[in-house]
Design a protein around this ligand. Structure first.
Ligand SMILES: [Zn+2]
Length: 149
């Protein structure tokens, strides 16, 4: 099945949606879910593994929309993100960690050339904080397991 066909079916039959697009089944947003393989672009979790992940997934602006108005309507600047990664990232600006060369050359037209680098900076920011949350979860379950015994 080709991508357009998958997008059509997810749009019409499943009415898949995201927090960014307000209309259920909006093909423009579903194309991004398909492009990103239904996994969070930051932590890699499968967004379609359960209802919680599916209904709380969001489209995140790699370059925050608050600061980069030129990239607001660029689909290339949007990635599928799980709720947790998007909450950690918020308005984090990955561009400030990249070289002056990249800052000078980056434009909506050249965005895809630098997308992997920008995503990598975001992951380096998000993943350690996500791991702290996982440690709290693990510790909490360990304590609760002790209480049960
Ligand atoms: Zn994630």
């Amino acid at each position: 099945m080709d991508t357009d066909n998958i997008v059509d079916q997810l749009s019409q039959e499943a009415r898949l949606t995201s927090k960014y697009g307000d209309k259920p089944g909006e093909p423009r947003w579903i194309k991004i879910w398909v492009r990103d393989g239904f996994h969070c672009a930051y932590c890699g979790v499968n967004i379609l593994q359960d209802v919680i992940h599916m209904t709380s997934a969001q489209l995140d602006h790699i370059l925050p929309k608050s600061k980069y108005k030129d990239y607001m309507n660029e689909d290339a600047n949007l990635v599928l993100s799980c709720y947790c990664c998007n909450q950690i990232k918020r308005a984090f600006d990955p561009l400030k960690d990249l070289s002056e060369q990249v800052k000078m050359n980056l434009s909506p037209a050249t965005f895809n050339t630098y997308k992997d680098e920008l995503l990598s900076v975001c992951r380096n920011y998000i993943i350690p904080q996500l791991n702290k949350k996982k440690a709290i979860l693990h510790k909490s379950n360990e304590i609760i397991g002790r209480i049960d015994k």
